[in-house]
Ligand binder design. Structure first.
Ligand SMILES: [Zn+2]
Ligand SMILES: [Zn+2]
Length: 338
């Protein structure tokens, strides 16, 4: 299993496979994509994960063994992992809002990273992949579920205008989903030109480079002077956080998706009152894998378009390094296993 002991260096650790016990399933890993949060871990800058840490949670694979209490999942099934661990007993779990579980955790936070040839998971958190979804696409269901959750949370409706700050993989997925939800004008903002180019290919109406200081004005002017209905922040830094509030029309909604490595930001607090805007965070996913699966299965979204690089498991170090250099023009790097 891959671990990060020191910033910038992937090391491999021998581990014995324990399980599958009663309600568990043993998976032979086929594809794992590298997440922005894995990159934070790789650099030793993840806000919630101190080194040493085990990166990786976007996993798909084939079931090779099941515990004696497993019913739905069968040996030979192709599955994608929903990598949460919830208690099933707190008030939020009881209500079904398990992404807010008081005791929520994730496999990788418990030391079980997904960059490993074999993975043991609870049957409950496995989603069976239809035949027309590849393992690589299966690995990308996790980030898609994050985007689905954010777009559902925003309530984007027919004809509404949208600004998206940050068009890495999640921002691009939000773009495609906002379009599917009927948004009219979708403006994307990033500092990397190749990402803006990709956003254009994926249907943004206007792609703005955020290097200048006119971004907010340009967005507001573009939508007729009042501001956008919905803004997504998918970067996780102070500048775009503030911009995502400034571009809103009165009564507009901002959705915060990016995790900020800095624990605190300064906000223009009076605009909440003056403009009656609302700000909501979007945490992970909650019944969103099912929606993501349907969108992929029916061809509403093509996940293969988000894959820019593939590396073999033993070249994982290189996979991470690809993501650290903008000149590589990476969107999603998928680690493939044989
Ligand atoms: Zn992820
Ligand atoms: Zn719970």
């Amino acid at each position: 299993m891959a671990v990060v002991n020191t910033p910038g260096k992937i090391e491999f650790q021998e581990r014995s496979i324990t399980g599958p016990s009663h309600d568990q399933v043993l998976i032979k890993t086929k594809a794992v994509s590298i997440c922005g949060s894995d990159l934070h871990t790789f650099k030793g800058k993840h806000p919630f994960a101190q080194l040493p840490a085990a990166p990786g949670h976007e996993l798909s694979g084939e079931v090779i063994e099941v515990g004696d209490g497993v019913g739905r999942i069968k040996v030979g099934d192709r599955v994608a992992l929903e990598p949460v661990i919830t208690c099933g007993q707190c008030a939020f779990c009881e209500k079904g809002t398990y992404n807010l579980c008081t005791n929520i955790s994730f496999h990788h936070r418990e030391g079980q990273g997904a960059f490993t040839p074999f993975f043991v998971a609870n049957e409950k958190w496995l989603h069976t992949l239809p035949k027309n979804i590849s393992f690589e696409e299966g690995a990308l269901l996790e980030p898609l579920a994050v985007a689905v959750h954010a777009v559902q949370k925003s309530g984007v409706a027919l004809g509404e205008t949208v600004a998206i700050f940050g068009v890495g993989a999640i921002g691009l997925m939000i773009l495609v989903l906002a379009r599917l939800s009927g948004a009219s004008d979708i403006i994307t903002v990033d500092v990397q030109d190749f990402r803006l180019m990709t956003a254009r290919e994926m249907g943004t109406s206007l792609a703005l480079n955020n290097r200048g200081d006119r971004t907010v004005d340009e967005i507001i002017r573009r939508v007729g002077g009042l501001g956008v209905d919905v803004a997504f922040e998918a970067v996780g830094i102070q500048t775009t956080f503030v911009q995502s509030l400034q571009v809103l029309r009165k009564g507009g909604r901002a959705i915060l998706v990016g995790l900020n490595p800095e624990p605190e930001v300064t906000l223009p607090s009076n605009i909440f009152v003056q403009k009656e805007i609302s700000l909501s965070g979007s945490q992970g996913y909650c019944w969103d894998f099912q929606t993501a699966l349907k969108l992929v299965e029916t061809g509403s979204i093509d996940l293969s378009r988000f894959i820019s690089h593939r590396v073999a498991f033993d070249s994982l170090q290189e996979g991470f390094e690809i993501l650290t250099r903008p000149e590589n023009q990476a969107i999603k790097v998928v680690v493939v296993f044989d």
